[in-house]
Design a protein around this ligand. Structure first.
Ligand SMILES: [Zn+2]
Ligand SMILES: [Zn+2]
Length: 73
């Protein structure tokens, strides 16, 4: 199980098992580190998909910015 991060053009291993979930990533635009974090995510989209009979594998949210190491005060 891996997620594809479009903006990094890369796959990252998932640490949350194989059930459908919202994968939210914090991506540092400086050192390109990515970190999967737990989030409730847009459950409305999951619910709406389900209502329409659409089987979602999951969602990916990409949050870009600067990590703690790269952030300069
Ligand atoms: Zn994941
Ligand atoms: Zn960084």
């Amino acid at each position: 199980m891996a997620h594809r991060i479009e903006s990094l053009n890369a796959y990252v291993a998932c640490r949350q098992g194989d059930k459908a979930h919202t994968a939210a990533f914090l991506i540092c635009k400086c050192c390109q580190t990515s970190c999967e974090v737990n989030t409730g995510g847009p459950t409305e989209l999951l619910a709406t998909g389900e209502r329409l009979g659409f089987s979602l594998d999951g969602l990916i949210i990409e949050g870009r910015g600067l990590c703690a190491d790269c952030k300069v005060d």
